[in-house]
Design a protein around this ligand. Sequence first.
Ligand SMILES: NC(=O)c1ccc[n+]([C@@H]2O[C@H](COP(=O)([O-])OP(=O)(O)OC[C@H]3O[C@@H](n4cnc5c(N)ncnc54)[C@H](O)[C@@H]3O)[C@@H](O)[C@H]2O)c1
Length: 330
Amino acid sequence: MAVLVTGGAGYIGSHMVWSLLDAGEDVVVLDRLSTGFRFALAPEAKFYEGDIADRALLEKIFNTHAIDAIIHFAGSVVVPDSVRDPLSYYENNTVKSQALISAAVEAGVPHFVFSSTAAVYGTPQNAAPVVEDAAMKPESPYGSSKLMTEIMLRDTAAARRFTYTALRYFNVAGADPRGRTGQSTAGATHLIKVACETALGRRKELHVFGNDYPTPDGTCIRDYIHVSDLTDAHLKALQRLRAGGKSLVANCGYGRGFSVLDVIDCVRRVSGRDFPVETVGRRLGDAAFVVADAAVATRELGWKPAHDDLDFIVRTALEWEDHLGKRNQR
Ligand SMILES: NC(=O)c1ccc[n+]([C@@H]2O[C@H](COP(=O)([O-])OP(=O)(O)OC[C@H]3O[C@@H](n4cnc5c(N)ncnc54)[C@H](O)[C@@H]3O)[C@@H](O)[C@H]2O)c1
């Protein structure tokens, strides 16, 4: 049996490919390399360069490899871009996911694991960890485009011999502890990546978007999860579906939050470098507090995070940034 990873040349997908290979799985990757990188791909994975909505290519993949599960990361991921250009987000995240799911069902692929996001919840009602059955009120086309895919999966699973797990990621950060891959995204907006780039002198300063939120230090609080713990949750989801587990939606986060200022302090401490920070106005749509209730992943997947440690997350992110800098100089 083989696992098809869409978006396997991207940040999270490239870590997933390594986790699957480490677990002895046969891995096939489909990626059009729009934001991913050929160099991020583990050489042992079989690679198809192309689009997830290319029906002929999907048929070729399903006819060539005994795919029993798809782990679907491919998509467009920048929230403000989705506000500026909503239709391209619905196209790439929703319409093309529909094409992929439909080709999978037709080919008899029984299992599917989907990269969903905390953005499906919108702004949590209060400063408490958010549970999976909280109200879903996405506040961006990005969040809506992912929620629509979750709904398609739910309805498909009700109608066909098909089970899925949708994992709603909180703030993914860090890099492979063995240094094989990391986040290479150009112009990333993720706080830990941006802070590491600033610590290494690749950006002039770091902007803090608002310090008047109702939190202890006035900056937004988020639940940062190490990317290897996240890929481990996918492995467990895959094993559970193969063992006959029912379809499931589960949050992926540690259940505790750090403020923007906590993260900046941590990056300064771990890197041993100070860097300029400027407080600017709030960004539209940033919620004060977004933290996962991870009880479902713990209970249903038997997920036990190994890297719930902000210093460790930051250290691995810095190591990857350092590696990227040297690589780009070559
Ligand atoms: N990074 C986060 O913090 C975060 C949080 C929540 C959810 N997610 C979800 O995780 C998934 C992966 O995110 P990432 O941060 O690794 O992003 P990324 O941009 O690094 O990876 C996406 C990959 O998908 C590929 N791709 C995009 N559209 C494609 C298409 N139509 N056909 C084939 N390949 C295509 C890109 O080339 C890239 O390699 C996304 O679905 C995203 O919505 C990420």
